[in-house]
Unconditional design. Sequence first.
Length: 474
Amino acid sequence: MQLKKLLQGSVFAAAAAVCVAAGTVSAQAADGDFTTAGVGSVTIDTTKQELKATAASGELLVGVGKVNAKKGTITVATWDSYTGSGAQTVDLSKLNNTKDNYLVLSSNKESGVSIVKIPAADKAISAKFNPSTAKLAVGTGANGSAAKSAAKEITDDTFEYRTAYGSWKTLKDSAKAEQIDLTGYQHEGATLYVRAKGTTGATATSLSTQSDEKLTYGETEIKVYLGDKLPGKEAKVNIPARAKGPAVAVDYAKGSVTLPKESEYRLATTSAIKDKSGSPVANAAKGSVAVDKIFTEVSEATAKEGVLEVRAVAKEGKKAASKWTRVAIKKADDFGTGLLTAGNTLDTKPTPAAGETKEYGKKGVAEATLKEDSAGSSVIKAEYVLVKKKDALKITNSGKLTYEIVTADGKDVTTAPADAAAKKVAPGKSITITGVKDEASVFIRIAGDKKTKTWVGNYGKLGVVDYPKTVTGA
């Protein structure tokens, strides 16, 4: 019986028990091996969903087999013909990946056939994203319930994922026995598709050994070649975007920030991200925190300013940590080198001749200078004035910043009193401070300003009060 005539649908007169339907090929090979069927170099690539094979005659015949499980038979309704030199590519993408598929291969030069089985993938898949850990729990099974029960965090190489328009990538970190980091998809949110890989992934597997499974084609019992599973069903996974960062109230005048409840923070400087032992600093309760304390908590001893990054903490299994709210902060700092020159020299009391009167004083803080930049001139002028015939101190600010002034009794005081109420002097303004004793110490600092986002500075000593005085000789 000639194979070519059978493929053309000719009628043959053999007994019905021996005959096969028009359009089939004969199965005369006893075991159905590739050589007898006239095919060779059979490979399956489950990622590309392709089978490749060569045909001894230059024409490869492929049919999708229909199996009668009760009878153990296989038939082919129609054949596809692939012609050309070299290996021919057979597309497998139309096959139902959740059922066993059987491909029957032959060549028109030979009279036998070979059977390749592509086993079924699991019918159901479950994939759930944990936003707090950025990990997927994935499982497959015969039905939805079984797949859900089997779902777990994947640490092997059996699953893969893609974005809506991306290519498939493995879920396993190739360098570690764990999933790849999916946190990058949480910034703006994403939709991922997850599936079980084909048995061999992207590697084309060469088929060479028949299995113990047998099917009858025509009248001949044939051993089946066992191929690889195709990739499984896809599960769609929505990854929610991180919530907006929390509100962070800033008090420039007090040098503090108000952190929300259940938040965490870190500090970004020009050189590094600073945190606490590798993790953001936890903040359980809402409250005001001094900027200086923040620098201390992250063990930042050299930087004087940076960007505070604050976010709401993750909730286990429910939500990811929020996006970072970023606020520029600065430590309370001293005046720059050479900007503040204190007026501490007191005029020496003279000894006038009998009946003579001489004046002295007017030095001390009146000789102090404060520059806002090293190339400029002094922006602070201290003067001694009379208010209702009593000595007072007048401070004039010709600079761009607002300053705060406090005083303390005693010329040798070196630190501004912490509980003293400060007097503010705005740019282009003057203030007069009454009740300041002679030889009192005067301190000045940059005032915090919300409008200009200026952080409060440390007090420096502006000088000692030296009111004008007169002395008369005996």
